[in-house]
Design a protein around this ligand. Structure first.
Ligand code: ADP
Ligand code: MG
Length: 722
């Protein structure tokens, strides 16, 4: 294979280079949660009294007293030091969606210079990182830099190892000096609390005597790409933007669907097993892995857990993936659209709510029409999706995910919900004031005696729906692969809380006017479906007809994040967050500031990168090639040989087109803006189209210019050499 120096070197490395060391893994029972300070370890190490007290906090949210915090801190320190930790760190989740940490040593020296270790309840509970460099959206001036982290006892502490040491990591909340949330964990915990209160109210009205605290659950399916690190090192766009800004489509992409669920390449399998080993040590229940649709694309899905823990685990999973990929000579790409023209990556957020007394409230059971609790909770979700569609759209918004949403590979930017034939039928009958279950589940029988028969699911899957009911949970499929799952979970819990509060009021009125339970539920859900049934859609979400139909139904289509984010200022959304106690008006306003700034910054960084690469890598390659061709043409003419110089003309034309667009983009970058809204619109509607022009010319050049002059590793190389 030819290629310029960097590319040649990369290919050499891949073909002959060192393979990551492989080691035989230990049995699951030997490694499971060995790096987690979980309840089992606390039970071993704490006094009965301290254990009972911390367990209560973890299970029911009771406040921790200082004596317990001291006892837990002492045990945690002893355990962590025995595992080689010399440092501890509060881990927190700022609004960037990233994971942040500030490390402190256990060590202090006494007046004689002797080493002693120090860690107590105070240090466990509260940390004070200089928060001024985290985005706060106006919640704090830079001169008032104090940020606080407070221990979240409900998410277990763990140890992170490197080759030379270990760190005790303590999941925490992050807030300003005034107590405003600067993070994604505080609103997630608050949203769960709001959902629990509203759900309890409804269940009590439904005559449930005993109602244990309700929790939301999350199982996130994570898609990602692996690219050899040698190629990534030669692609400034992959390194700095996480996606390719240039690259002509390969002769063979995903046309044959031969990668999807295909045999996993051995090198990748090795990587996956290494990663999973570490995840198991961290108590993260990675359950499935497989190839995805695009070449070099894969998926991992852990088993679902309580939303707060699942969210922390999701962040940790991404960290472990990034680190481990490096050791295996890969770069792990979580960007939603690393390669144009090839499927992007999502993060399907599977979500349900339940408790230990009523179980999963989104499980219809075998006779859904008789399961009134299920119908109420499912109805509550329908109302939420309809009333707060734009907010759900925002929860799936980012500059990266905009490349994916609405393209024919991911659900559209219009929010609707798919219920499956049977459940949709029941809700349609409710709209007519009845409670009918027309479709029986039925048995699937292939007529082959050796193949077992099984009961048919209540509905098929619909992969074109952004928010699909999948049997016992909803699956929010619009979420982007790089995003924190906290945002989507906060929104889902909060809209559910709001709808359950609405249902509780209506139900109470119905019941106190003498209606029996079934009649009351039908009446409430009939009203709900009349107002909000428009959000239920079982057809093809990718089709043009749906866009027209959705418009008729009054569903809002927000094609870009620039169109979506301004809805954060909508009065109804402010009211939603305030009434549920999830975000104050100031906290909500800060989210708009932060998210819009991240959005514009992302696109501007990409624009600058594009200009750089076009000018300093692609333009020189093109002009060198033109020089070659021009020399050839001159020589041929001297020799009197007929030479077709159309390629030379084409390369010259494309090069000029590219540079014209580059100059235009440079000017657009300098524009001034009156508001964040205008700035976002400028990025989405003016700069991105210019960037597409640059790319079109550059990709066409890639098809013309001599391969040995082309500076960037090609799609063909990156996607196919493993
Ligand atoms: P699929 O690709 O068919 O959608 P996967 O097995 O890849 O399914 O992922 C499904 C995800 O949903 C897993 O993380 C699983 O643990 C999670 N899940 C299953 N049941 C629930 C539930 N009741 N609540 C939340 N998540 C769930
Ligand atoms: Mg799924």
């Amino acid at each position: 294979m030819s290629g310029n120096y960097a590319r040649l070197e990369a290919v050499q490395q891949i073909v002959n280079g060192k393979k990551a060391k492989t080691k035989m893994t230990k049995p699951l029972s030997k490694i499971w949660a060995t790096d987690v300070f979980n309840l089992a370890k606390m039970e071993e190490m704490l006094s009965k009294k301290a254990f009972k007290s911390i367990k209560k906090t973890i299970k029911t949210g009771e406040p921790v007293d200082m004596a317990t915090a001291d006892a837990v801190a002492a045990a945690m320190k002893e355990w962590a030091i025995s595992k080689g930790a010399k440092f501890f760190s509060h881990i927190f989740y700022p609004l960037t969606g990233a994971t942040a940490e500030k490390h402190d040593g256990f060590i202090i020296a006494d007046s004689d210079g002797n080493m002693i270790t120090d860690f107590n309840g105070d240090l466990l509970v509260k940390g004070e990182p200089d928060g001024s460099s985290f985005p706060n959206g106006g919640l704090r001036q830079t001169n008032a830099a104090r940020g606080y982290t407070l221990w979240d006892p409900t998410s277990p502490a763990y140890i992170m190892h490197t080759d030379n040491g270990a760190t005790l990591c303590i999941p925490s909340t992050f807030m300003s000096w005034k107590g405003h949330s600067l993070d994604k964990k505080i609103p997630l915990l608050r949203s769960n609390k709001a959902m629990n209160e509203a759900a309890t109210k409804v269940l009590k009205l439904m005559g449930e005597k005993e109602v244990a605290p309700l929790n939301s659950s999350c199982g996130a399916e994570q898609e990602y790409f692996l690219v050899d690190a040698n190629f990534a090192a030669a692609r400034p766009d992959l390194l700095l933007a996480g996606r390719t800004l240039f690259g002509k489509p390969p002769a063979k992409g995903q046309e044959f669907d031969d990668h999807y669920f295909g045999a996993i390449p051995e090198r990748v399998q090795n990587f996956m097993q290494d990663v999973e080993d570490q995840l198991y040590r961290l108590g993260i229940p990675a359950k499935t892995h497989h190839n995805e649709v695009a070449p070099a694309q894969f998926e991992v899905a852990p088993y679902f857990e309580a939303a707060n823990v699942a969210s922390d685990h999701q962040q940790l999973l991404m960290t472990v993936f990034r680190h481990t990929a490096k050791r295996h000579g890969f770069v792990c790409l979580f960007h939603e659209k690393p390669f144009a023209g090839i499927n992007g990556s999502g993060k399907h957020v599977n979500w349900s709510v339940g408790n230990s007394t009523q179980g999963n409230l989104l499980d219809p059971g075998s006779t859904p029409a008789e399961n009134l609790n299920f119908l109420l909770f499912c109805g509550a979700v329908i109302r939420g999706v309809h009333k707060y569609g734009p907010l759900l759209r925002i929860a799936a918004s980012s500059a990266g995910n905009d490349h994916r949403l609405g393209a024919n590979e991911a659900p559209p930017a219009i929010m609707s919900t798919y219920l499956g034939e049977r459940i949709e039928g029941i809700f349609n009958s409710i709209k007519e004031g009845k409670l009918d279950d027309a479709s029986e589940a039925g048995i699937i029988d292939l007529g082959l005696s050796q193949i077992p028969t099984y009961e048919k699911d209540a509905g098929d899957r619909n992969r074109t729906s952004p928010f699909a009911f999948t049997g016992n949970r909803f699956e929010f499929r619009a979420v982007g692969s790089e995003m924190s799952v906290s945002g989507p979970l906060i929104v889902m819990n909060t809209i559910l809380a709001d709808s359950l509060n609405w249902i509780a009021d209506k139900l109470e009125a119905q019941l106190s006017s003498g209606a029996d339970k079934t009649a009351a539920v039908i009446a409430v859900l009939k009203e709900l479906m009349e107002a909000h049934g428009a959000a239920v859609f079982g057809g093809d979400g990718y089709s043009k007809e749906w866009h027209e139909e959705a418009e008729k139904r009054g569903l809002i289509n927000l094609p870009t994040s620039a169109d979506a984010y301004p809805y954060l200022k909508d009065e109804s959304i402010k009211e939603l967050f305030e009434s549920t106690g999830v975000l104050t008006a100031e906290e909500l306003a800060s989210r708009f500031e932060v998210y819009s700034e991240i959005y514009t910054m992302k696109i501007e960084v990409e624009a600058k990168l594009m200009i750089d690469i076009a000018k300093t890598q692609i333009y020189p390659a093109a002009t060198r090639y033109m020089n070659d061709l021009a020399n050839t043409a001159a020589n041929m003419s001297d020799l009197g040989v007929d030479f077709d110089s159309s390629t030379l003309n084409k390369v010259a034309e494309l090069t000029n087109d590219m540079m014209t667009a580059v100059n235009k983009l440079a000017e657009q970058l300098d524009a001034e803006h009156d508001s964040a809204e205008a700035h976002m619109q400028h990025c989405a509607k003016t700069m991105l189209p210019t960037m597409a022009e640059i790319r079109a010319a550059a990709d066409a050049l890639e098809a013309e210019v001599a391969d040995d002059l082309w500076p960037l590793p090609t799609y063909q190389e990156m996607l196919n050499i493993k």
